[in-house]
Design a protein around this ligand. Structure first.
Ligand code: SF4
Ligand code: SF4
Length: 200
């Protein structure tokens, strides 16, 4: 049986405490295979957590996700906010003395979460990822203004970060019209093959 309870670190942040139960031990092998990372190498030195710029928005610290996976706590991992809060900046991967590629592990976990219809802890983040991918499929590049507009329509959250958007427009960081790569044939084929392979 798996349990979860909150703990406080004494500051602003509250991370989850891991209480182990009977885990799915095939899960860690699946994550290791997909990420190309040996999760058993992690000895929980917490260097990854120390440098992560987004740890305050996470429910489990990055090494906590590794620990959950080591214990086979599949649901806890796949339903965690951490796997969606991670931006794949690789700060932790560079810091890790055991060469655990945390960013690749998070990628693998997001993939498995989608494929297995897990409850997504941060659906807005997933929506944003999808809009970025749609833009790349359409233009071969990201058209940031369109991505932001489509994301706003989807989430119906019109005013959060409006000031940032206006400042970016004023500084010409957002192009009004998209720019395209010349040849999108290979790109479209890649997206088509990926869709046929079952990954959204
Ligand atoms: S830095 Fe590497 S070894 Fe240390 S806790 Fe993080 S993943 Fe594990
Ligand atoms: S890759 Fe993810 S977990 Fe690692 S430091 Fe960056 S945001 Fe944090």
């Amino acid at each position: 049986m798996m349990h979860r309870k909150k703990r406080s670190d004494g500051k602003n942040q509250s991370l989850e405490t891991i209480v182990a139960g009977n885990g799915d031990m095939g899960f860690v092998r699946e994550v290791a295979k997909r990420s190309g990372t040996d999760l058993s190498a992690c000895f929980h030195c917490r260097c990854c957590a120390g440098g992560c710029p987004f740890i305050e928005a996470m429910d489990y610290a990055p090494h906590g996700v590794i620990r959950l996976a080591q214990l086979g706590m599949r649901d806890e991992v796949l339903q965690s906010a951490t796997i969606w809060t991670c931006v794949g900046c690789h700060t932790c991967s560079i810091a890790c003395p055991m060469a655990v590629d945390m960013a690749a592990v998070m990628d693998a976990l997001r993939q498995i979460a989608i494929e297995s219809d897990a409850a997504i802890a941060e659906p807005d983040v997933l929506d944003f990822h999808r809009e970025v991918l749609r833009s790349i499929e359409r233009y071969g590049r990201t058209h940031k203004l369109e991505i932001m507009m489509r994301y706003k329509v989807k989430t119906r959250d019109w005013f959060t970060d409006m000031d940032v958007g206006l400042r970016m427009l004023a500084k010409r960081k957002l192009d009004l019209m998209p720019s395209r790569v010349r040849n999108t044939k290979d790109l479209k084929r890649m997206f088509r093959e990926n869709a046929e392979g079952g990954t959204p």
